[in-house]
Write a protein that binds this ligand. Structure first.
Ligand code: AMP
Ligand code: ZN
Length: 121
């Protein structure tokens, strides 16, 4: 698969998007991609990302508003498919060092399938 023009060099999630690194993809539509986290912290742990490279939430622009909305709608649909809509789930963005952001491509963690403590540790 040809790398997309909006890829960021060396970005792990751009490489997953381009099929260079395998992933268990559960959703791809309208610029939104979702795949299972490689190190799941809950029975359901899925990362929902924009296909376009955005480094993080601070880098999202006004023109990304519709895309961000589609990500939230996709997360809700995936939660329904994963049968955690009724039991409940959490949609989380880690931004910056204090939140432990490790990958510089915006991603929303969809977590569910167990009781989730609040606030996160
Ligand atoms: P964050 O700490 O919010 O940046 O989250 C990055 C997430 O990416 C972590 O939960 C990792 O387990 C996950 N991750 C790292 N590499 C991969 C990969 N190759 N496939 C799927 N998930 C990954
Ligand atoms: Zn990227």
């Amino acid at each position: 698969m040809n790398p997309r023009e909006d890829r960021s060099p060396g970005c792990l999630f751009c490489r997953i998007r381009d099929g260079e690194i395998p992933a268990d993809i559960v959703y791809r539509r309208d610029g939104v991609l979702a795949f299972r986290d490689i190190d799941p912290r809950a029975p359901v742990h899925i990362l929902v990302i924009p296909e376009k490279h955005i480094s993080g939430l601070p880098e999202a622009e006004d023109s990304d508003r519709e895309l961000l909305g589609r990500i939230c709608r996709a997360a809700a649909l995936i939660a329904r498919r994963e049968s955690i809509e009724r039991s409940g789930y959490r949609l989380v963005v880690n931004s910056g060092p204090d939140a432990g952001q490790a990958v510089g491509h915006l991603h929303f963690h969809l977590l569910g399938g167990r009781g989730l403590g609040w606030p996160p540790g």
